[in-house]
Ligand binder design. Structure first.
Ligand SMILES: Nc1nc2c(ncn2[C@@H]2O[C@H](COP(=O)(O)OP(=O)(O)OP(=O)(O)O)[C@@H](O)[C@H]2O)c(=O)[nH]1
Ligand SMILES: [Mg+2]
Length: 403
């Protein structure tokens, strides 16, 4: 009898490269994240392969010797997917697949698959489907057709499942249909947003898994889905929040990630409109993550792409309960002191200090420092509010303490 593998335990192998732009430490961090993504998609990583290579091999991305190593491992351990941290060209993807005879995904394909798996509303599903078709279009010829019997699992959800052999014309038609459908939904959403009145709008933004939904739940007593997986939230939730007696609207939306596929940024335009139209942003950061500074950069990059980089922003450094500085042994004379060895207090005295009250340190989970957080949010929202409605500023004292 054929062994039936469950999607939950699909075996995967990860591949990353060391080059001038990314040293070994960076690659390890990237692969940690890729492993978390794989786990979120329902896979289990059996092994990581890392190669030092300055220019990717145009045919197979990694060199032929490494490919043989991977091939042997894939055969021996019945690996279902081989996942590359970097973007593969359609040609590379095809060549690699021919040699390894299993599913080949890159970071973009994997992220799209997770989005497809997690999309709940028809809006989110339409957005993801559009992104998947746009990713698929240049990769159509012959891709995966010889893998028919292995259908299902990572990378095969969504349009990949049924439409893979259809020709480009059909896919193009589908793309334009989905675009039209999105324009229609976008218009409806726009009207809905317009109906919300003139309340100040605050948007939670940040890297995925930093605690945006948790913070939303804590301050709005709502119940937004939060969990320790990537992209728990795909749709936007908007809640009315009142601090003091000042009401405003708070929205929680999709998290960002390094190399967020451009197809996704484009098709999630409607979802990101919430951010674009917000009066101010709460940029949530997981300060306990070793890579948090790079996360901030990735988020800022997406914010620039959607024209929201210059909005009034409060940086909210979350998960202070988990923050641990790496310690250098007293006798260790070789290790150089880097950012990773800084205490929270030291961090507070870096560029964060220059942000004044607009850099806050909290734990949404343990409800630490939420008072300071509320005070600062109040102050900023109030400023926007009284600028807009100068005649009723007597309703709202300048500071929350004055209530
Ligand atoms: N230790 C600790 N864990 C936290 C804190 N805030 C959130 N978490 C945990 O971090 C994980 C992710 O939280 P979410 O609120 O889902 O994060 P998110 O930013 O909404 O994530 P996405 O929707 O996936 O982008 C969950 O397991 C939370 O319990 C915190 O202050 N301390
Ligand atoms: Mg969330």
């Amino acid at each position: 009898m054929l062994e039936k593998k469950t999607i939950d335990h699909e075996k995967a192998v990860l591949i990353g490269v060391i080059n001038r732009e990314q040293n070994e430490e960076k690659v390890t961090e990237y692969l940690d994240e890729l492993e978390f993504l794989t786990y979120t998609a329902g896979g289990e990583v059996e092994k990581r392969f890392v190669q030092r290579i300055d220019l990717p091999n145009p045919k197979t991305y990694i060199g032929s010797g490494k490919m043989q190593e991977v091939e042997a491992f894939v055969k021996e351990h019945e690996i279902g997917s081989v996942i590359f941290d970097d973007e593969l060209s359609p040609v590379q993807q095809r060549n690699i697949e021919k040699q390894l005879r299993c599913k080949i995904l890159d970071r973009t394909g994997l992220i799209l698959d997770i989005f497809a798996q997690r999309a709940r509303t028809s809006y989110a599903r339409t957005q993801v489907e559009l992104a998947q078709y746009e990713y698929l279009l240049p990769r159509l010829t012959g891709l995966w057709t010889h893998l028919e019997r292995q259908r299902g699992g990572i990378g095969m959800r969504g349009p990949g499942e049924t439409e893979i052999e259809t020709d480009r014309r059909i896919v193009r038609d589908r793309i334009s249909l989905l675009k039209k459908k999105l324009i229609k939904i976008d218009r409806q959403m726009e009207t809905q947003r317009g109906n919300r009145g003139s309340l100040v709008r605050v948007a939670l933004v940040g890297y995925t898994n930093v605690g945006k939904s948790t913070l939303m739940n804590v301050i709005s007593k709502s119940n937004v889905f939060a969990e320790n997986k990537l992209f728990a939230t795909l749709d936007t939730t908007v809640r009315k929040v009142v601090i003091g007696n000042l009401p405003f609207l708070l929205s929680d939306t999709v998290g960002f990630i390094r190399k967020l596929p451009t197809q996704l940024v484009e098709s999630f335009k409607g979802t990101l409109d919430e951010v674009r139209e917000a009066d101010m942003l709460l940029h949530v950061v997981d300060i306990s993550h070793p890579n948090f500074e790079e996360h901030i950069e990735s988020v800022n990059k997406v914010l620039s792409e959607i024209g929201s980089a210059n909005k009034e922003t409060i940086m909210v450094f979350n998960k202070i309960d988990l923050y641990k500085a790496e310690v250098i042994d007293e006798d260790d004379l070789t290790t150089e002191r880097t950012n990773k060895h800084m205490s929270l207090e030291e961090w507070e005295n870096t560029w964060m200090r220059r942000m004044g009250g607009n850099a806050l340190f909290i734990s949404a989970l343990n409800k630490e420092n939420l008072d300071t957080f509320k005070k600062q949010v109040y102050k900023t929202v109030r400023n926007i509010h009284v600028t807009r409605f100068p005649y009723n500023n007597f309703l709202y004292p300048e500071n929350l303490d004055q209530y």
